[in-house]
Ligand binder design. Structure first.
Ligand code: ZN
Length: 84
């Protein structure tokens, strides 16, 4: 987790008013997921993690709503450049 760079850690809609953003979400894999993958959850456990590149882009460019990155709108996306 990092301190929200949008609000400086005071809380805002981007960080769900917590002041923190999770960049590398992780956790234990649910036994049903292992079971559906043909793995015996009584014998094995799993741990999953990922790196949220969109969260990094949000912090770098000050994007308040992560959904803007997936909007497909060139008008919306073209405002996020290094030129500013
Ligand atoms: Zn915030």
């Amino acid at each position: 987790d990092i301190s929200c760079l949008i609000c400086g850690g005071t809380g805002c809609p981007s960080c769900k008013h917590s002041g923190w953003l999770e960049l590398c979400p992780c956790g234990m894999i649910h036994p049903n997921v292992l079971r559906e993958g043909g793995i015996d959850p009584d014998e094995y456990t799993g741990f999953a993690f990922g790196l949220g590149l969109t969260r990094l882009a949000m912090m770098k460019y000050g994007i308040k709503d992560i959904r803007d990155l997936n909007s497909g709108s060139l008008k919306a996306l073209s405002q996020f450049t290094d030129d500013k």
